[in-house]
Design a protein around this ligand. Structure first.
Ligand SMILES: NC(=O)c1ccc[n+]([C@@H]2O[C@H](COP(=O)([O-])OP(=O)(O)OC[C@H]3O[C@@H](n4cnc5c(N)ncnc54)[C@H](OP(=O)(O)O)[C@@H]3O)[C@@H](O)[C@H]2O)c1
Length: 393
């Protein structure tokens, strides 16, 4: 018999989810992505069991609603969450899109530059057609970013979660290459393209009626010099931002953020520092007023993704077994995708301003960022310079 949950909720209760016991109190703002206030008798059942002493034990059984309730104009409606994932044509983005689509609770907008590759990826991942839409986005063009935002708005879909995941990594490049707007490609794509996208879509996130709205920017251990991996040269270092302030165009300014000689591996690491700083600046500026959760993560070393496609063949051969057997930091695309999906939808990961990582038992924890990647003053400066470069100031 389904009963109104509120009447039977003890001050705290625990339920099993994916083999893990989760404890919650009525104070917790949400459970499985849905605030407690939204639980109805059909989505939350109390199983009553008569004990031998005659007492009745009420056991909470979460029958997670396949569609999430959201309040629109004071009325409760049933709908899926809508999540935009950039770079969902392969690797982490595709695996996360798959993990989210499989729940049946999410519609995934796969924001990609290669339609056919993405469609093939979605098919081979077994994603059901009704659970995803592919929309064109080239982060290496600010026009394309603006066009994507227009298209998304015209699609009439709400935006509940934005995942800035796409990236390029050019470790062997001898010379810099550039975006359509003339920025060095790694920082231009990974940071500036996402910066404009997330700034524009903040308005859409604010309007979402979804119980837990989130903006997630994928970070990396390689940008964190407080780790072993982050100390492998060349190390990330944004310096005094003179190259960024000069537009990273390689003509009248350096193509590197710190103004130094071009180094493709460092440009990627610097872009990841910008990603992690941007997430924290968003948190400082907007979390309190909007309730949006801003988060970053390091999903582990997914050594088999396309990210390493530009690396030398010997590296590509040795890197996966090295990560698997020596550092033990290796994580499969599927597992990494589940981790990112967790940051999108897990109610225990709603804390804002956090850089998530996972331990050897695959349990999430709040990780420490390096000094530079958590420098509030630098975050503000990167924000201010970036908004000039992308035409927002
Ligand atoms: N692999 C790791 O070990 C690791 C570790 C830590 C963090 N990460 C982070 O994880 C994220 C995903 O990387 P991955 O390892 O999954 O690599 P991946 O398989 O190469 O995925 C990168 C994605 O970014 C897309 N992309 C690149 N340039 C783009 C552009 N201009 N416009 C739109 N999309 C673009 C790619 O699209 P195309 O298919 O069109 O190229 C692809 O879908 C990145 O943020 C990376 O920094 C990865």
């Amino acid at each position: 018999m389904a009963l109104q949950a509120a009447a039977f909720l003890p001050t705290a209760f625990s339920i099993s989810k994916e083999g893990k016991k989760i404890s919650a109190t009525p104070k917790d703002s949400s459970l499985f992505g849905v605030s407690l206030g939204n639980f109805t008798s059909s989505s939350f059942k109390i199983n009553q069991k008569r004990l031998s002493n005659g007492a009745v034990r009420a056991q909470a059984v979460a029958t997670t609603p396949s569609l999430t309730t959201a309040t629109v104009g004071g009325k409760k409606t049933l709908r899926k969450g809508c999540v935009v994932v950039t770079g969902a044509s392969s690797g982490l983005g595709l695996a996360a899109a798959k993990a989210l689509a499989e729940t049946g609770k999410w519609h995934v907008i796969m924001a990609c530059r290669d339609f056919l590759k993405t469609e093939r990826g979605a098919k081979s991942a077994g994603m059901a057609k009704e659970n995803y839409t592919i929309m064109h986005l080239d982060l290496a063009s600010l026009d394309s970013v603006r066009q994507f935002v227009d298209n998304l708005r015209r699609s009439g879909r709400p935006l509940d979660v934005l995942v800035c995941n796409a990236a390029v990594y050019l470790p062997t490049a001898k010379e810099p290459t550039f975006t359509a707007d003339g920025f060095e490609l790694s920082v231009g794509t990974n940071h500036l393209g996402h910066f404009l996208l997330s700034r524009l879509l903040l308005e859409d996130l604010k309007q979402s009626d979804y119980p837990s709205k989130r903006l997630i920017i994928v970070g990396s251990i390689t940008g964190n010099t407080n780790t072993l991996a982050g100390n492998v040269p060349p190390k990330a270092n944004l310096g005094d931002l003179r190259g960024l302030a000069g537009g990273l165009n390689g003509l009248n300014s350096s193509a590197m953020i710190d103004g130094a000689e071009f180094d493709g591996a460092k440009a990627y690491k610097d872009s990841k520092v910008c990603n992690m700083l941007t997430m924290q600046e968003f948190h400082r500026r907007y979390h309190e007023d909007t309730g949006i959760t801003f988060a970053s993560l390091y999903p582990g070393c997914i050594a088999l993704t396309g990210l390493f496609r530009e690396h030398i063949p010997l590296f590509r051969l040795l890197f996966p077994p090295f990560q698997k057997y020596i550092t033990k930091g290796f994580v499969s695309e599927d597992d990494a995708g589940k981790r990112l999906a967790q940051v999108v939808s897990d109610p225990s990961l709603t804390k804002s301003g956090v850089y998530w990582s996972w331990n050897k038992d695959s349990a999430s924890f709040e990780n420490q960022l390096s000094q530079e990647a958590s420098d509030a003053d630098k975050a503000r400066k990167v924000w201010e310079v970036s908004e000039k470069l992308v035409g927002l100031a």
